[in-house]
Design a protein around this ligand. Structure first.
Ligand SMILES: [Mn+2]
Length: 285
């Protein structure tokens, strides 16, 4: 199947299927045009795909070999350098094309800046947005740009999507007040627990879009990301939450964003790749 805005790139080393037959469709978004601290998320999709070469496709935890699942990888979106809105439009259009061809496939974005999640949410129109992130991302504007990575949860909330956030440890007074005013639920990283997670998500309407900003993890796990923060979650905290969510809620889409780096084998990309495999295995089991 041909897409207007995508091109071939390094792909997952699985026996891939066409998107029309895929339960999961991977799309890279190599954009880092509004990154304000540590650049390099444009290499995230390639670095994550490369990092998967290090991993066994058999997931011990689930007894599932994800190489046997119907997965498509449609390459990367051709970004509009420096323009998060136009690039997110291409993400939206690509996912609309994909869902037109296969309404059942779950799109999986590999990023790339968090700003690009907006395009996926606009295409998929979930009822709820569950995000693991160090940051609230509820600014109205940042660096004079409403589509900056620091504004993505604000833009999604304005679409009327319910939001719940986990692993949070960074935000402004204005963002906290906005969350309060709009009923946006968030749990500080210090207070994270499986029970706290379920408490916040159990009543959320479906389908749910699940977004992982890789900076949710402690920066010792993920040194190469746009805005690293100490004091994050552990790997299995996030895996446990994903397992509950895919068992209990319909998932509209999934992403792993803000993976940066300049060298193959970067621990940030290895963390992202391992998380991707657990998501695939948890849904596929
Ligand atoms: Mn973040």
């Amino acid at each position: 199947m041909d897409f207007l805005h995508t091109y071939e790139t390094l792909k997952l080393e699985f026996p891939l299927v066409e998107p029309e037959e895929a339960a999961f469709t991977i799309l890279g978004v190599p954009f880092d045009g509004t990154t304000s601290f540590k650049a390099g998320a444009r290499f995230g999709p390639t670095l994550i795909r490369h990092a998967t070469l290090n991993l066994e496709s058999y997931i011990l935890d689930y007894g599932v070999d994800i190489a046997e699942l119907p997965i498509a990888d449609i390459g990367d979106v051709a970004v509009v350098a420096g323009d998060p809105r136009k690039t997110a439009d291409r993400v939206r259009e690509t996912i609309e094309e994909l869902k037109g061809a296969n309404p059942k496939t779950i799109p999986i974005l590999l990023g790339g800046e968090h700003s690009q999640t907006l395009g996926a949410v606009e295409a998929l129109k979930p009822k709820s947005y569950v995000v693991f992130d160090a940051h609230l991302d509820l600014r109205d504007s940042y660096q004079d740009n409403q589509f900056n990575h620091a504004c993505v949860a604000r833009r999604i909330s304005e679409l009327g999507v319910r939001e719940a956030m986990f692993g949070i440890r960074s935000g402004t007074r204005e963002e906290v007040e906005y969350a309060e005013e709009k009923g946006i639920r968030w749990v500080h990283a210090r207070n994270h627990s499986f029970n706290a997670f379920i408490e916040e998500v159990k009543a959320l309407p479906e389908p749910v879009y699940l977004s992982i900003d890789i900076d949710v993890f402690d920066l010792s796990l993920v040194p190469s990301t746009g805005t690293p923060e100490a004091g994050g979650l552990r790997f299995w905290d996030v895996v446990g939450a994903i397992e509950w969510l895919v068992e209990n809620k319909r998932i509209a889409g999934f992403d792993i964003m803000e993976v940066a780096g300049e060298s193959l084998g970067d621990p940030t990309a290895l963390t992202g790749a391992k998380l991707l495999f657990h998501f695939l295995g948890a849904v596929g089991r």
